[in-house]
Structure formats: structure tokens, C-alpha cells
Design a protein around this ligand. Structure first.
Ligand code: NAD
Length: 435
């Protein structure tokens, strides 16, 4: 069994074989691929904080994969399963994700081995501050720009901004005007961007719109969509898909889901979820709630529904070799990170199912993080509509590039997306004369 970083390396090797013919100078090309197999730098330490039960140490990481296209960019996760191999792999995937939509960043990722639910708020704050203090001059708006990830949020970014600013003052003897631009995913009251909350879901719907265009779907109301996960990403995907006229027939959360053949109303379903605690108890039609015509389904049943588009928007590895053959959707838009395992991917491909991969489908989030950074550096903030309007052309262009490569090389959407991304990074390394 390969660890996540070995998987990322294997994936890069496969893409490299597809790209090789584009490069007359094979030696330089393979030197670039060799360089991209390992991060530029992996920082590791043990952070010590005082807790109720005495002093405790937590292992912390920051992996900076490649900065040929711009500063390293990527989240910080707080989770007991964080490991060196995981942050290395995630930072590699961030390099590709940033390249997909053409935002001027490379990839980074950080994490702390901790179960944040076992910490008090004061301890969580102390640990977040210790992490920002430790990174010090290793991060910055032109160096490496962290963001929230699993179990971290806007509040944690706010503590980190504050600590990093003080650390900068201590190290350099003067304040930097760029502290806000060193972290993204910040609360609106502290330099966050309008539209960030819904950006990932909306970006996925822009990918759906492109898919509809390529497939020549003229009647959106006939296109059925099932969404696993009704959190941030799943809800906003459902909301915007419904608003644009697609028929969202099923949604689910960790406790189960609901199916309604004529299409459900995402806003009312969310209201219902808030009241009852689970979407499986909701039977909302566009006419209103409490119309008990919906059918309660399990998460497994949702994945196997006969729909046009299946959207896994909850967890990784939910479509595996066990259930891949049972998937009846014609298209899968990966909104979660890594919802389809590599073996399942092969089965889906054999069955003619097109998978729009995560690094393209969910890139709307990091793209609006880039907008946040631009706004912080400029000290000028855009209204909500402007943020959303700026997201669409970047998602559209990324999709078109992928589709063009897919047709030209007769490869899968996943292979085409990776080819598009890796090519941009290799070209940047060559232009800089790094290889
Ligand atoms: P979230 O915590 O807001 O929502 C997760 C949803 O998944 C919840 O509705 C939860 O009930 C549901 N869920 C949990 N376990 C489940 C299970 N076993 N079966 C079905 N549903 C289950 O998280 P989110 O921010 O919406 O992120 C969802 C996914 O998208 C993650 O894989 C995340 O890494 C990825 N992602 C998120 C963003 C972002 O901007 N939030 C960006 C890129 C990728």
C-alpha cells in the first residue's frame, strides 16, 4: 500500500509519460519531473503549550512543494492523522490545483498532529499562535500563504495573523503592512473576502455549466443531480445548481439523505436540516416544506442513484472498488478532495463515466483565496458580485483547457487536468532556468 506522497509521485510519473512528447529536450523535462517529486522544503518541529494537565508537545509540519509559479499556498490542518507523507502529498496536489486555474501560486500544506476537540479554546489559541510564531519568516505574502483546512477556520487564521504580525515586528524591528495578505480564509471583519464561503460550491457549478455546454444539454430542468454532503460545499453547490435550473433530486449528510424525483429546494432543505438536525428528515419540494413526498435514502443509495450528475461533496474515498461498478450516474463532479479511489477511477472509466477531478472542480475556493490576497495587498475590497463575476472566467478557462487536452490526447478528464497543470509548472521551471 502506497503512502499519500508515494501516490502523488506515482500520479506525477503517469502524467509525465503523457506529456513527454510535448518537450523536445527530454533531459530538461525529466529533470523538472524529478524536481517535482519532492517538496522544495519540509519544515518540522514540536510545539509546546501549557494545558490544564501541564505542558504538552505537538508535532507540527509545513511542506513547501514548489514555487516556480508563485508563492507556496495551502491550508493548515489540525488532525490526529496528520503526517509528513500526508502534508508532502497535499502540498504537491496544491501545486497542481493552483496551476489548473492559473492563479499565481505554487503548493504548500501544513498541519499539526492534534485532536482539536480535546483542547479548550484557550489551548487551541495558544497552539495556533505557537504555529504562526514558529513559521515566522518562512511564510509571508510573497513566500508562503497558509489558509484553513480540516478543523481550522477563520478564527484560527485571525489568531495566526495577529501572532505573525507581532513575530515580524520582533524579528525585524518594524511592522509589515502585509500581515493580512500572509493568511487567507480570514473572517470578513479581518480582511476576508466577500463570497469566500460559497466559492467552492459555486466554482463546481461553473464546472457543471461548462459540462452542460460541452454535452449540448439544452434543457437544464431535465438534468438530475445528486449531492453527497450538505455542508459548506454541498449546500452551495445545490443552491447554485438549483438557481441555474438544474434538478437537484437528492442530498445527504452524515446521517442519511433524501430523494425527491421532481427536485428539492436546497434553501428549504437547509432550513429543515437546521430544525430536525438531519437532511434525511426533510421532504421539501419547491412548493414548500412538510410535503412528505420525498423518500429517505442512505448515503450508499444516494451514490448509486440513476442520475445524470453525481456530486460527492463530503469525504475522501467514498467511491471505491466495492461500489464503483454500481454507480449509474453518467458524470461525477468531485467536490470533496479525493472522493474516488484510483482503483474505482479505472472501473468508472471502463464504464464510460466521466469524472471531473477535484483539483479542477473544487478550485473555486483557492481561487477566491487568491482574490482575498489581491484585495489585502491592494487595501481595496470588492463587492460580493464582483468577486463572483471574477471567479467564472478563471473556472471556465480551466475547464476549456482540460477539455481541449482531453479531446486532443484522447485521455480521461482527470489525466487531461493533470496534464494541463503539470505542464504549466514544468514550463515555469524551465523558463526560470531551474532545470
Ligand atoms: P463541511 O464539514 O462543511 O461539510 C461536510 C458534509 O459532509 C456535512 O454535511 C457532513 O454531514 C457530511 N458528511 C460527513 N460524513 C459523511 C458521510 N459519511 N456520508 C455523507 N456525508 C457525510 O465540509 P466542507 O467544507 O463542505 O468540505 C467538504 C469536502 O470538500 C471535503 O472533502 C473538503 O476537503 C473539500 N473541500 C472543501 C473546500 C472548502 O472551501 N470548504 C475547498 C476544497 C475542497
Amino acid at each position: 500500500m502506497l503512502d499519500p506522497h508515494q501516490q502523488a509521485v506515482k500520479q506525477l510519473e503517469q502524467v509525465a509519460n503523457l506529456l513527454e512528447s510535448d518537450y523536445p529536450d527530454k533531459d530538461r523535462f525529466w529533470a523538472a519531473i524529478k524536481k517535482l517529486k519532492e517538496p522544495d522544503q519540509v519544515l518540522m518541529t514540536e510545539l509546546e503549550i501549557k494545558t490544564k494537565s501541564g505542558k504538552k508537545k505537538f508535532k507540527a509540519f509545513r511542506s513547501q512543494h514548489d514555487n516556480a509559479r508563485g508563492p507556496y499556498k495551502g491550508g493548515i490542518r489540525f488532525h490526529p492523522h496528520v503526517s509528513e507523507a500526508e502534508v508532502k502529498a497535499l502540498s504537491t496536489w496544491m501545486t497542481w490545483k493552483c496551476a489548473v486555474t492559473g492563479i499565481p501560486y505554487g503548493g504548500g500544506k501544513g498541519g499539526i498532529i492534534v485532536n482539536p476537540k480535546e483542547l479548550s479554546e484557550a489551548e487551541l489559541q495558544a497552539l495556533s499562535r505557537a504555529y504562526a510564531r514558529w513559521l515566522g519568516d518562512q511564510i509571508g505574502p510573497w513566500q508562503d500563504i497558509p489558509a484553513p483546512d480540516v478543523n481550522t477556520n477563520g478564527q484560527i487564521m485571525a489568531w495566526m495573523v495577529d501572532e505573525w504580525q507581532q513575530t515580524y515586528l520582533k524579528n525585524h524591528g518594524f511592522l509589515t503592512e502585509n500581515a493580512l495578505a500572509t493568511f487567507t480564509g480570514k473572517p470578513l471583519a479581518l480582511g476576508g473576502s466577500q463570497g469566500r464561503e460559497e466559492a467552492t460550491g459555486l466554482g463546481g457549478v461553473y464546472a457543471l455549466e461548462k459540462l452542460a455546454e460541452k454535452q449540448g444539454w439544452s434543457r437544464k430542468q431535465d438534468i438530475t443531480v445528486a449531492i453527497q454532503g450538505f455542508g459548506n460545499v454541498g449546500y452551495w453547490f445545490a443552491y447554485h445548481a438549483d438557481k441555474l435550473g438544474y434538478k437537484v433530486v437528492a442530498v445527504s449528510d452524515s446521517r442519511g439523505g433524501v430523494y425527491l424525483a421532481e427536485g428539492l429546494d436546497p434553501v428549504k432543505t437547509l432550513e429543515c436540516k437546521r430544525q430536525t438536525g438531519q437532511v434525511g428528515q426533510c421532504h421539501c419540494t419547491v412548493e414548500g416544506c412538510n410535503n412528505r413526498s420525498g423518500k429517505v435514502i442512505t448515503n450508499e443509495e444516494l451514490l448509486e442513484l440513476k442520475v445524470d450528475v453525481l456530486v460527492p461533496a463530503a469525504l475522501e474515498s467514498v467511491i471505491t472498488q466495492e461500489n464503483a461498478a454500481k454507480i449509474q450516474a453518467k458524470f461525477i463532479i468531485e467536490m470533496a478532495n479525493g472522493p474516488v479511489t484510483p482503483t474505482a477511477d479505472e472501473i468508472l472509466l471502463e464504464n464510460g463515466i466521466t469524472v471531473i477531478p477535484d483539483i479542477l472542480a473544487n478550485a473555486g475556493g483557492v481561487t477566491v483565496s487568491y482574490f482575498e490576497w489581491v484585495q489585502n495587498l491592494a487595501g481595496y475590497y470588492w463587492p460580493y458580485e464582483e468577486v463572483l463575476a471574477k471567479l467564472k472566467p478563471l473556472m471556465d478557462e480551466a475547464f476549456d483547457q482540460m477539455w481541449h487536452i482531453k479531446k486532443e490526447h484522447d485521455v480521461s478528464a482527470r489525466e487531461a487536468t493533470y496534464m494541463s497543470a503539470v505542464k504549466k509548472v514544468v514550463d515555469a521551471l524551465m523558463l526560470r532556468g531551474k532545470v
